[in-house]
Write a protein that binds this ligand. Sequence first.
Ligand code: M2E
Length: 253
Amino acid sequence: MTTTLLPLATTPKHIAIIMDGNNRYGKAQKLAAGAGHIAGKDALDPIVEHCLARGVQVLTVFAFSSENWARPANEVELLMQLLEQTIHEQMPRMHKYRIRLRFIGDRSQLSPQLAKLMSDAEATTAQFDAMTLVIAISYGGQWDIANAAQSLARQVVDGSIKPDDITAESLGQAVQLADLSAVDMLIRTGGEYRISNFLLWQAAYAELFFTPTLWPEFTPDELDRMMQDFANRERRFGMTSEQVQSGAAQTAE
Ligand code: M2E
C-alpha cells in the first residue's frame, strides 16, 4: 500500500545514520550470535525507499567504523562477509531505483576482493542520479580529517599551495564527500548519545536525532517523524521563541 506523504516545508538534502543496536536486538530476540547484524542488514531497504520517496539527495550510513576492528575476530569476519554479500545483493536495487553507490573509509585495511567489489559497484552506478547511497566502511571522522591534512601537506611540500592556504575552506574540500552537500540530519539509533567519530567535519551543523529504537526495528514511520521534527526546527532557525509565536516565521516566506 502506498500512502500519500504531505510535503515538508524543508526536506533534508543529506541524512546520515549511525545504525546501532544490532547485537542488542539479537540478544533480546534470543538469536544466534551475529544474527542481529543479519536482521540489521534488512532494515536499510525500507529506509532507502522512504528517502527516495521524500526526495532526499544523499543517505550516508555507518556500516563499519575504524573502531569496529577491535570487536571479537569472529564478529569482524561476519561483518566483512555480510558487507560483501550485501553489496552483491544491493546491486539490482541500485539499478531499479537508479541509486548511485559510494563508499568512504580506509580501503587499505580491507581485503582486495572487498575493495574490488566496492570500486566495481561505484563504477557501475556512477551514472545514476535518483539518490546517492554512501556506505562508510572502516571509516572514522578523525581518520578522514587526518587524511585531508596529509593531502594538503603534500601540496605544500610540492609547492602547489602555501601553509596559509590551509583553511577551513580548503580542508573542507579535501575531506570525504566534499562534492556533496553537508549533512543536515544525523540520526543515531540504539539509545546512545554519541557521534562516535562518524562524519565530524561534514556534520558540523547537522541537526541531531537520537532514538532508543534498535536499528533492526527502525522504520520509515519513525524516520518520517524525525523529518517532520527537522522541518519544524528549520522553521525556528535563528528566531527567538517570541518571534516564532508572533508569527515572524510567515513573514520570512
Ligand atoms: C550495508 C553495507 O552491519 C552491516 C552489515 C552489512 C550490511 N550493512 C550493515 C550495511 O550497512 C553495504 C550496502 Cl551496499 C548496504 C548496507
